[in-house]
Design a protein around this ligand. Structure first.
Ligand code: TYD
Ligand code: MG
Length: 488
């Protein structure tokens, strides 16, 4: 008889080990192994991925009918944008973010908007799937309930708290169905009985299953519960949104396995002190990744910002040293973001700090500056910050970061209406950014007057769209610095 032995699983990759180790043998992360319940305790664990996609016969690819997914727009434009057009039947969305950033608020607003559309039960035309109630849970509540619509499962707040929030959002008369429950089996039973079109589980970390002995919120629990819910979504056609907490390091708590299981992963960004919030799609089986939705947190919930190009610029009446604007283009929408740098006398081991930008990239840029342009910051503290709590991940920010640093070092502001973008390579070359023309058009539209861009991004012909914008093309870092000095 096989003995149930506890094992250790990695919170990063979900890999397992029979004994505790300081370093995960699978992904090499340190101190991530934690004790968890035996894997094969229940039969359910065996076919964890069994129902993620319906099984079918072997067929030639050309014979398989490509069906476009049916999307239901939530009616919240910025959310639909990151979702790739709306909720998909049977689709599972994982939405992560810091506490207090607005996950519950947004989802309640979205559910209310969806509810007002009067959503029918998924596959309403098809055969009834009511018989799918899983065993082990409580019996479905009274039969003959209305099907379709929306369901908000809250594990963190009581129903009364959710109601209070809805008052605040001004959606008192809302018909969104609320269930305060954290036990997986009961949630599954309710889903099966009610067949909502869209259900939100707020949050996945509070859900636990009786079948597992490990504590709620542990890796094993989160993974198992998410797998069960995903399977339920695929089987019934209910679209499920899982809310996930984010750890201090900025990753969704729980194993990465969670990200693999779901169809779409969205992250909330932005600092809780500013009123702007960004939602980024980092994985989307039904749409583009890196698409960004922009919201402002108001007294009455989150409001979409339709034209966010310039909200991440701080308002200086006159240019100040250490500030450079760049155009980022993540997803389909160009946005102007201000990068600030402060270079100051440091101690024996100077600090390099970055907020919203990668620190390793900063170290690399400082090395390139030194080797290729002779600008040394060895004895200086260097701080860089992307204004407004934006996270900039694309390397096209390199040139702007570099120019902000040199501007701070020299104590000389960049000219008024100045912007720059372009990737910087280790050899000191300035590489083109994707879709440079679109970025330049956006800058011209907003009245910027001087741009320093990679050579390949400079427009070939004179275009009306760039009117008022003087575009300088550069190939090398030293060239860019020289050019900026000539603009003083
Ligand atoms: P919440 O949605 O509870 O965050 P999460 O679920 O991600 O933890 O966000 C709550 C925050 O938003 C809280 O600090 C108060 C603020 N808020 C507003 O500013 N306006 C509103 O209308 C609401 C409902 C919340
Ligand atoms: Mg919440």
């Amino acid at each position: 008889m096989a003995k149930d032995k506890t094992h250790y699983s990695c919170t990063e990759c979900g890999g397992t080990s029979a004994k505790w180790l300081g370093k995960c043998p699978h992904c090499g992360a340190w101190n991530t192994l934690i004790e968890s319940a035996p894997e094969a305790a229940s039969g359910a664990t065996k076919n964890r991925f069994a129902a993620l996609a319906p099984s079918s016969e072997v067929m030639a690819l050309s014979d398989i009918e490509a069906s476009d997914v049916q999307r239901t727009p939530t009616g919240i434009g910025e959310l639909d944008r990151v979702l790739g057009g709306g909720m998909v039947e049977g689709g599972v969305v994982l939405i992560g973010g810091d506490p207090g950033i607005g996950k519950s608020t947004l989802l309640l607003q979205a559910l209310d908007a969806l509810q007002r559309q009067g959503l029918p039960a998924p596959g309403a035309a098809g055969p009834s799937q009511g018989a799918r109630a899983p065993s082990g849970g409580s019996a479905p509540r009274a039969a003959g309930q209305r099907r379709g619509g929306t369901l908000y499962v809250t594990g963190e707040e009581s129903g009364a708290q959710v109601a209070l929030r809805s008052r605040r959002l001004g959606i008192e008369g809302s018909q969104v169905q609320v269930l305060a429950e954290i036990q997986l089996e009961k949630i599954l039973a309710t889903l099966a009985a009610r067949q909502p079109a869209v259900a939100v589980i707020d949050s996945i970390q509070t859900v636990y299953s009786d079948q597992l002995t490990s504590a709620p919120g542990s890796v094993a629990q989160v993974r198992e519960c998410a797998a069960h819910l995903t399977r339920a979504a695929k089987a019934s056609g209910t679209a499920i949104v899982l809310v996930g907490h984010v750890t201090k390091e900025g990753a969704l708590a729980g194993p990465r396995v969670l990200e693999h299981m779901v169809d779409t992963v969205l992250y909330f960004e932005g600092d809780t002190h500013s009123s702007y919030r960004l939602i980024r799609a980092i994985k989307n089986r039904f749409g583009a990744v890196n698409e960004i939705g922009v919201f402002a947190m108001t007294e009455r919930g989150l409001k979409g910002v339709n034209n966010p190009s310039a909200i991440f610029l701080s308002q200086h009446s006159e240019p100040v040293p250490g500030s450079c604007v760049l155009v980022t283009l993540e997803g389909t929408r160009p946005m102007l973001v201000e990068v600030q740098a402060l270079v100051d006398n440091g101690g024996p081991s100077p600090r390099r700090l970055s907020v919203g930008l990668e620190r390793d990239r900063l170290a690399m840029l400082l090395a390139v500056l030194h080797r290729h342009a002779g600008v040394a910051c060895m004895d200086q503290d260097v701080f860089v910050n992307a204004v407004g709590g934006v996270q900039i991940r694309e390397p096209a920010a390199d040139l702007a970061v570099m120019l902000a640093i040199t501007s701070s070092l020299r104590g000389k502001p960049l000219p008024k209406g100045f912007l720059a973008f372009g990737e910087v390579g280790l050899a000191g070359e300035v590489r083109p950014a994707p879709r440079g023309q679109e970025r330049l058009k956006e800058a011209a539209k907003l009245g910027f007057s001087v741009a320093v861009v990679p050579k390949a991004n400079a427009p070939k012909k004179n275009d009306k769209a760039f009117e008022g914008l003087t575009i300088h093309a550069v190939e090398r870092v030293e060239e860019a610095l020289q050019l900026v000095r000539s603009l003083d």
